[in-house]
Structure formats: structure tokens, C-alpha cells
Design a protein around this ligand. Structure first.
Ligand code: SF4
Length: 524
């Protein structure tokens, strides 16, 4: 019995194919750990490498974001044609199970822990159900991920979750769309997983790499008291770790002391914007712009590198707001953000639902689902044409990701880090600057509906399709808006699936009520 677990990925930068970044999705090793240990399992991080197209799988699990859904559908068709049973999980399956159902043998809604073992039993018994709903989140049911199955050579092979969800409700965030919830794991189990991971990887990666831990949490600081206890438990392990937190956690200097003592070397937070009106529109009220400089300096003094991402708001930002970004970045000492993206309406989020009903042409015409990544403009700018908005984005990008700005950042960071002996974050800083200094691909428009297609391919041939209609349905990219920019009806009205304490009540149905008509999701 052979099982494939594929974290589907579509290159949002359209640079080549795949994205061999330092961090890798952790869902594959987690799902593998929910299956019997004697199975023949391939964990495929599509971010790193293509699935093995020659492999004869019996069962294939796919996990996909909304923007990866075209590729997930095609991979599913490929393996189903070759006799495999396919299952889709992840945010797209959870938000829109009815839309996904025809393309997979089963879809899963919610967390994998309560679903995968049940699904496996049914699969073996030959009575797979079309839909599996998660049970309430149970931290004791979270197994130690199968780190021994991680392939490729990611810089941080030990990537796991200590918590799940986030207590905030930013309007653009997929987590808010799925339903706001926050769960922490018992700290002794987090420690157990790290020690087990180091053991599993003993013969595979060198000791310095086994000391690096990437907590893939969306917000490891969602419960500051628990985070302080976690830090105390991590300190004796002598690891170097990184994660994401919200700005409120970073403002607390006592917490920064604890984080530093525990081996934390880098923290990311969603700065999103220097424009207070845009932050308000995003419901990112935990950010305090006047305090960013102090926080960046306070963290750096303790050997913690702060990184942050920015989003341009097509609804709020003017061209002048965008042009001022490099100056703001310089003033707060960040210089080079992790990314500059576009505030993007992902179906199911409050942001999407608001734009979908607010006016007929809030979004651009013919927006492909695959372009809803944050790296392609999908919302019609209010204060400029799409072309002028993109020009402003390109200029800022060029300025911020230039070698000169990178050097300014290093000149600001390195003396402060190295004078206090913080070598690891200093090296990480250099690595980040070198990786970030990449020009934008010249052949992209960055405007949804006109941008180039993603580079990834699934090797489907004529023999894989019974009819032209089937070929179209599988290969044509799905769109979210019609030719006038109106949201297509089946994307409207998705409801959060996680209710109080993260429960998934059986009566709540996410997504649409329409029966699937493939023609209605093909390009408008
Ligand atoms: S703080 Fe981050 S993870 Fe939490 S809701 Fe906002 S964007 Fe999402």
C-alpha cells in the first residue's frame, strides 16, 4: 500500500517553478504521523520538488490553499486516472467543500487529527465517505510529525506547530474566514516533539541544523502567559528558533527577555502598512506604528531579528502613500521587509465578502483564483489606474530590494548584533538580504487576469481525458469574477467553519449552496 501526501504549491512569484525557501510546509509530516507507521509514505513538498509522476499510489492526500486549487485539481485527476484515490484538505477544502467535491474522492473539513485516522479506516474498508468533518481540536491528538520523511534538504527540517489559529480577526486573513480560534498545545508535548525530531534526524542532518526549529504557528504569541511558559521550557534545549507573533507581544520587554533566553533568534510580525487608515480597514488594530522603532531596537539588542511583511491596500493607499514606504522602513530600522504584497481578497474572508457585495466593480475583471496570492493585484485601486498602482509598486520594490538598501540594513543590524555576540541572527540577516535582492520578473504584469500563468505543470496528456469538456474542466483556470469584475455567485457567502473553541458543528456548511456546474467556474 503506497500513500502520497502532497502539499500543493503554485509559484506565486512566477520565477521558475517551486520555491526552495528555508521553511517548508509542516502538514505532510503531520498527516503522515496520523497514519500507520509501517505504511510506505511519500511526503512531497511541492514547494521543493514535483511529485513522482511515475509512482503508483493507492491513496493521495493533497493539501491546498485557494490559489493552489487549479494545480490540486489537476494532480488529483492525474493520479485518479492511474487508479489512486484522492483526498483534499486545507483551507480551500474547508471553505468550499461543495466546489471541491467533484474533483476528489473525499474532502476534509477542518483539522486533520480527528479526520485522517477515520478516513484511513474507511478507505481500508472500502467505504470512503465523500466528506469528513473535523472533531473539536484535541491537543492530545496531535502526534509527533514524521520528520524522518522530510525530503529535499530544507534549511530548517524541524518545522512544527506549538499552537494553532490566532485570536485576532484581521479582515484579509484566511484564518478569520475559517473562524477565529486559538489553541495551545501542552508544553511538554512540544518539547517531546523537538527531542524526537532531533533523534529522527540524527543520521540525516548535521547537529547545527538539528538545533534550528521553525515554529510554523500563525501566531505563537496568541496567549502570552503560555508563551512565557513555553520559553522557559525551551531554554534548556539550547535550540535556535523562529516563529510569527503579533505586535502586542513584541512590545513587552520582559517577554523579549524571555524569548531571547529561550533561543529565539528571529520573529516575524505582520506590519502590513504604515498607513493608519489601511490598518484600520484591515482590522489590524494590534499594530502601533509609533512603537515599531523601539521594538525593533529592543529585540535586536537581545539578539532577536525582527522581520515584517507589508501589503499595499488598493482600496485605501494613494500613490503617495506607496512612494513613502522606503522612508518609513528606514525610519523604523527595518529597511527591507520580508515581502511587499497586495491586500488580497481571499474567498471566504471578511475582506472578500465586503468587496463582493459593496459595489459591482470592486474587483478586477476575470480574476483567476490562482492569482489570489498577494503577489498579483486583484482589487481595483480606488485612487489610481491598475497600471499606475503597479508602477508605484515596482518603484518601491526596486528601491527596497536593492543591494544598496540591503547593505544599509546590514550596517544598521550587524554591529548591534555582533557587538553582543549574536552570531546566528547576524548570519540569518545576511542570508535574508542576499535572498531578497532579486529583481521582479520583467515579463509579469502583476495584474490579475493579464499576468503570466504559473510555471508548474502536471504531465497530463490527451489520453487522460475522455472528452474535450473534461479537459477544459480540469485544465482551465478557475475564475472568481466575471468580465465586469462581479464576484461569481458560488464564491459568495462562505461561512466560518470553526465555531466556539474551534468546534466544527455538523450543521454549519461552509461555502456555497449551488450544485457544481463546472461551466460556471471556468473562465468568464
Ligand atoms: S494576526 Fe496574523 S494570523 Fe492573526 S488574524 Fe491577523 S493576519 Fe491572521
Amino acid at each position: 500500500m503506497r500513500v502520497g501526501i502532497i502539499s500543493v504549491f503554485t509559484d506565486y512569484h512566477r520565477r521558475g517553478s517551486h520555491h526552495r525557501g528555508a521553511l517548508q510546509p509542516q502538514i505532510g509530516p503531520l498527516v503522515a504521523a496520523l497514519l500507520p507507521s509501517d505504511l510506505d509514505i511519500d511526503v512531497v513538498n511541492d514547494t521543493w520538488e514535483d511529485p513522482d509522476w511515475e509512482c503508483d499510489y493507492d491513496l493521495v492526500f493533497l493539501s491546498a490553499l485557494h490559489s493552489d486549487f487549479d494545480r490540486a485539481r489537476q494532480i488529483s485527476h492525474y493520479y485518479r486516472r492511474r487508479g489512486a484515490t484522492t483526498v483534499l484538505g486545507g483551507p480551500m477544502a474547508t471553505s468550499f467543500p461543495e466546489l471541491c467535491a467533484p474533483w476528489f474522492d473525499a474532502v476534509t473539513i477542518g483539522d486533520p487529527e480527528g479526520v485522517v485516522p477515520r478516513l484511513w479506516r474507511d478507505f481500508l474498508a472500502g467505504r470512503l465517505a465523500p466528506e469528513y468533518r473535523a472533531q473539536p481540536y484535541d491537543p492530545l491528538a496531535v502526534p509527533t510529525p514524521r520528520f524522518d520523511l522530510v525530503r529535499g534538504n530544507p534549511m530548517v527540517p524541524i518545522s512544527l506547530e506549538a499552537s494553532r489559529g490566532c485570536p485576532f480577526s484581521c479582515a484579509f486573513c484566511t484564518l478569520t474566514g475559517l473562524g477565529t480560534r486559538y489553541h495551545t498545545r501542552p508544553i511538554e508535548l512540544v518539547v517531546r516533539d523537538i527531542l524526537s525530531a532531533q533523534q529522527m534526524l540524527t543520521d540525516k542532518v548535521a547537529w547545527p541544523q538539528r538545533r534550528l526549529v521553525g515554529f510554523m504557528d500563525n501566531n505563537i504569541g496568541g496567549n502570552p502567559r503560555w508563551l512565557a511558559q513555553l520559553c522557559d521550557a525551551l531554554a534548556p534545549l539550547r535550540i535556535r528558533w523562529s516563529s510569527c507573533v503579533t505586535f502586542n507581544v513584541l512590545r513587552d520587554e520582559a517577554m523579549l527577555d524571555r524569548l531571547a533566553a529561550s533561543g529565539c533568534g528571529m520573529l516575524y510580525f505582520g506590519l502590513e502598512s504604515f498607513n493608519p487608515a489601511a490598518l484600520e480597514g484591515m482590522r489590524k488594530r494590534q499594530n502601533v506604528l509609533d512603537d515599531v522603532r523601539r521594538v525593533v531596537d529592543a529585540a535586536r539588542r537581545r539578539g532577536i531579528l525582527i522581520t515584517a511583511g507589508l501589503m499595499l491596500s488598493p482600496v485605501i493607499d494613494t500613490l503617495e502613500d506607496i512612494a513613502r514606504i522606503p522612508e518609513h522602513l528606514r525610519k523604523v530600522g527595518l529597511h527591507v521587509p520580508t515581502y511587499i504584497a497586495f491586500d488580497t481578497p481571499i474567498p471566504g474572508t471578511p475582506q472578500f465578502n465586503r468587496l463582493a457585495v459593496s459595489e459591482a466593480r470592486a474587483l478586477l475583471p476575470g480574476v483567476p483564483l490562482r492569482d489570489l496570492t498577494g503577489y498579483t493585484l486583484a482589487t481595483r485601486p480606488r485612487h489610481a489606474t491598475p497600471e499606475a498602482f503597479i508602477d508605484a509598486f515596482k518603484q518601491v520594490h526596486q528601491s527596497v530590494y536593492s543591494l544598496a538598501t540591503g547593505m544599509r540594513k546590514l550596517a544598521d543590524d550587524l554591529p548591534r548584533l555582533l557587538s553582543r555576540g549574536h552570531v546566528a541572527p547576524a548570519l540569518l540577516d545576511v542570508f535574508e538580504v542576499l535572498c531578497d535582492a532579486q529583481p521582479l520578473p520583467a515579463d509579469r504584469t502583476f495584474i490579475a487576469g493579464t499576468d503570466k500563468a504559473p510555471p508548474e505543470r502536471v504531465p497530463l496528456s490527451d489520453a487522460d481525458f475522455a472528452t474535450e469538456a473534461e479537459r477544459d474542466a480540469v485544465l482551465s483556470p478557475w475564475t472568481v469574477t466575471d468580465t465586469a469584475g462581479r464576484v461569481l455567485p458560488h464564491w459568495r457567502g462562505a461561512k466560518p467553519v470553526y465555531a466556539s473553541k474551534g468546534r466544527v458543528p455538523p450543521e454549519v456548511t461552509a461555502g456555497v449552496e449551488l450544485p457544481l456546474d463546472t461551466a460556471s467556474v471556468a473562465p468568464a
